[in-house]
Write a protein that binds this ligand. Sequence first.
Ligand code: FE2
Length: 253
Amino acid sequence: MKLLHIGDVVGAAGSRFLQEHLPAIKRTHKIDMIVVNGENSAQGNGITKHSMEQIFSAGADVITTGNHCFKRREAMAIYENPVVLRPANYPGCPGHGVCTIDFGPCQVAVLNLSGTAYLDPLDNPFTIAEQLLEEIDTPNILVDFHAEATAEKKAMGYFLAGRVTAVVGTHTHVQTADETILSEHTGYITDVGMTGPEESILGVAVQPAMDRFRFHYPTRFTEGSDPCFLNGVIVTFDEKCGKCTKIERLIVR
Ligand code: FE2
């Protein structure tokens, strides 16, 4: 089975690019399931009902998020949808951090977690992962670990090695070149990257983001614009045992 995970979709341009290109990518690579990180998919940032609908209409089966999951007021209602996830280690918030998609003969679970290094002090993602693995009733498990620190992401990869199908990092918006298979079972990449304006600073227009670093005065961030690119990883796995057999990076311009 082939699962495509797409890194953080950024803004209106990123959402539009996803809608334009995802159907063809799905056909060309014979993808069975698509997971998209949509936490920055709204114009501005965060996720809205509109950007959620754009991602689903592009072909996503599950939307994951991260530290911007509750950025927009309307997002509270979005998480009533069982396949729109917020990190499972948010304490006592609306919504779910895990879901299972039923493909008939097999099921695939998606678990969304947030790191806590240089991010909000949420519940411990390692403890929550361990608890949830007890409850998930399929060997096919994709973990989207939305985290800032490379070391925390690598630690999660080794922590879950041999126990889940793949651990993919999100949040930094820069795709890393360290895709590998841990313990001959678990696909891993530190960061999948982003989908949105390529000539930008992590999706934000260059000038205001650069000025904030240069002058240290408040600047109003605006979205970058076309041309866009899409960053993802394709995880091929044996759905009978959940073992990843191949993990490949994907960049579409
Ligand atoms: Fe993030």
